[in-house]
Design a binder for this molecule. Structure first.
Ligand code: NAP
Length: 507
């Protein structure tokens, strides 16, 4: 039976689940999980994907200039190396193509339900399985699964600014991750709200073609130079011929990035060296003293994500670009008014305003024991055990869950660590013949107590506001340490950490 038929014909109560595993999302996390399940001979899985192709963030973010801040040879699967990355920092089209190729090579497409949005999932305590509801082109489908893996991504739900009158604007609007390539920006009066990692990539790309550009910056970011370059054909051929050389190069990148943890977590004072580099970058690229003041942050570098760019300062220095630092008071039909009363005519607003990173809306539709939702459990900030297991949510596994984010290196390393752990736990569940696997509440609580203590001594707690924090101020996005220590912790998870429950009798 094909996936769509199974979804529309849920198995009757009392029988085996329709699938052993349901995975949500086909970004790096969802694809890695599916590939590893297949490697284990576990073919009873479905992957729910709201888009029309695989790729997650690298499918959604198609804005001009979209690229990754982590070098390609590290920002890729250890089990799917690519010798011919075109340049140091991979671009969005290259990453999207890489993920599509991998999904194809591993024959994952028949297991993926495309255009299907997860609308609800509830743990059925009596049957020890997840009841999953999906909307596919307006049609609701239901099925059951023994385990649910959420790999929906933490930077996937676009956030729009809560500015008065935003709904009254009569011109064109779109979010950076939903770029409208059919809309011609040529000659238009464009407003970009936000100056984060996305905006600093697309603003330099569009600045030349628009009529006028107002960039609304609320908080400046520290920016360091971007040492990007294409790889020569000779080097690509060498990487293909000598896999060992490629592996050594990957390790070199890994350790060079990992060294940043000394400053981020162990002693924030080390970050001052980076701040000198960033300050010199401003001094070299910005001549106008007023602009220099506007772009210079007043917090220690690293407290918010460090950005890399060679063309942001030249872009905001252009004659047709204004960097507006007054707050936005109101948006009207054809203009934006700032707190100083200045009104700027605007044809198009591009929201570079980021994502629901710490309060992902999906939390409201995931119901665990006693019908609690992830959102209600997390009202004071998201918590999990190693970003993967959540108390009261048996047989639920998160990829890129709370406190797994890393600003200093590749998320793919964290994802592979989580996938290896989930794979082991699913095998344990199967082999033990148990019905559920659930993290012990006291293990999760103690883990988070220590985690928060460590975060309180890190650079992220030196007095800035960032999307790493829940609105309560608690840092729920980041892992405070080396990624190899995260991996070691995931490898050490054992029965003292979780409870296995006997299976219920199956009719
Ligand atoms: P972001 O870093 O969260 O930036 C959002 C921007 O919008 C910030 O400048 C923010 O100001 C501003 N903003 C939000 N609400 C506003 C409002 N009401 N009024 C004025 N300004 C407002 O989002 P992003 O740029 O999309 O990047 C998100 C994350 O995605 C990054 O940090 C990174 O992890 C990832 N990313 C990575 C890359 C890469 O690898 N190169 C590229 C893009 C994205 P405040 O700073 O004051 O809040």
């Amino acid at each position: 039976m094909g996936i769509s038929e199974t979804l529309s014909n849920p198995a009757p109560i009392g029988s085996q689940p329709d699938y052993e595993t349901a995975i949500v999302g086909t970004g790096f996390g969802g694809l890695a999980m599916a590939i590893k399940l297949r490697e284990d001979g576990q073919n009873s899985f479905v992957v729910i994907e709201r888009g029309a192709s695989v790729g997650g963030t690298w499918r959604d973010n198609q804005y001009p200039g979209a690229a990754c801040d982590v070098p390609s040879h590290l920002y890729s699967f250890s089990f799917a190396p690519k010798a011919d990355w075109s340049r140091v920092y991979p671009t969005q089209p290259e990453l999207h193509a890489y993920l599509r190729k991998i999904a194809d090579e591993h024959r994952l497409l028949p297991n993926i339900a495309f255009d299907s949005t997860l609308t609800g999932a509830a743990f059925d305590e009596a049957r020890q399985l997840w009841r999953v509801e999906v909307s596919c082109n307006g049609v609701t489908r239901r099925f059951t699964a023994r385990a649910l893996v959420l790999a929906n991504g933490s930077l996937a739900e676009p956030k729009l600014p809560d500015v008065a009158g935003v709904e009254k604007f009569a011109g064109k609007t779109f979010h950076s991750s939903r770029w409208d390539h059919h809309y011609d920006l040529a000659g238009k009066r464009v407003a970009v709200i936000g100056s984060g990692a996305s905006a600093i990539q697309f603003v330099p790309e569009i600045a030349d073609g628009v009529g006028h550009l107002d960039v609304y910056q609320r908080t400046p970011n520290w920016i360091i130079p971007r040492p990007d370059r294409p790889y020569s054909e000779r080097l690509k051929a060498l990487f293909a011929k000598l896999p060992m050389l490629r592996r050594v190069y990957r390790s070199f990148i890994y350790w060079a990035h990992e060294a940043r943890v000394f400053g981020l977590v162990l002693n924030p004072q080390f970050m001052k060296l980076f701040q000198k580099i960033a300050q010199r970058h401003i001094n070299r690229q910005v001549r106008d003293p007023a602009l220099k003041r506007k772009v210079t942050p007043d917090y220690l570098i690293g407290c918010r994500r460090i950005l890399i760019s060679n063309d942001w300062y030249p872009a905001v220095s252009r004659a047709n670009v204004d960097l507006v630092t007054e707050g936005i008071r109101e948006i009207r039909e054809h203009s934006i008014i700032t707190t100083d009363g200045v009104e700027r005519e605007t044809d198009c607003i591009i929201f570079g305003t980021g994502f629901y990173a710490t309060e992902n809306p999906i939390g409201a539709v995931i119901h665990g024991r006693g019908n609690a939702t992830l959102a209600s459990e997390w009202s004071n900030g998201e918590e999990a055990y190693l970003g993967t297991l959540v108390k009261k949510f048996p047989n639920l596994f998160l990829i890129v869950g709370p406190n797994t984010g890393v600003g200093h290196t590749s998320m793919v390393f964290i994802i592979e660590s989580q996938v290896a752990m989930i794979r082991r736990l699913l095998a344990r569940l199967r082999r033990s013949g148990s019905g559920t696997l659930e993290v012990r509440a006291e293990v999760q609580d103690e883990f988070n107590r220590r985690l928060q203590a460590q975060l309180s001594r890190s650079v992220w707690s030196t007095g800035c506001k960032s999307w790493y924090q829940h609105r309560s101020g608690k840092i729920t996005a980041l892992w405070p340490g080396f990624t190899f220590s995260f991996r070691r912790r995931t490898q050490a998870v054992g029965e003292r950490d979780y409870v296995l429950e006997k299976p219920v009798a199956i009719a």
